[in-house]
Ligand binder design. Structure first.
Ligand code: SF4
Length: 67
């Protein structure tokens, strides 16, 4: 399965759980301390860590849309 990956900056609180779960996909912006999808990372991925990151986000800020 592939997904479009989005982080809702209005919901993200910078907890960083997503970075721990999927460090290849997510990073914290040093300026805002909010999660971003790493530059250059394809927006489509089939990755168990990605789904774990979504589940671990306490703010429900990560949206994975099935493609
Ligand atoms: S786990 Fe959720 S709230 Fe925390 S940094 Fe990632 S997207 Fe933001």
């Amino acid at each position: 399965m592939t997904y479009r990956i989005e982080v809702d900056a209005d919901l993200c609180s910078g907890y960083g759980n997503c970075v721990v779960a999927a460090p290849d996909v997510f990073d914290l912006d040093p300026g805002t301390n909010l999660a971003i999808v790493k530059p250059g990372r394809p927006l489509l991925a089939d990755d168990a860590a990605l789904r774990e990151a979504e589940a671990d986000c306490p703010a429900r800020a990560i949206r994975l849309t099935r493609r």
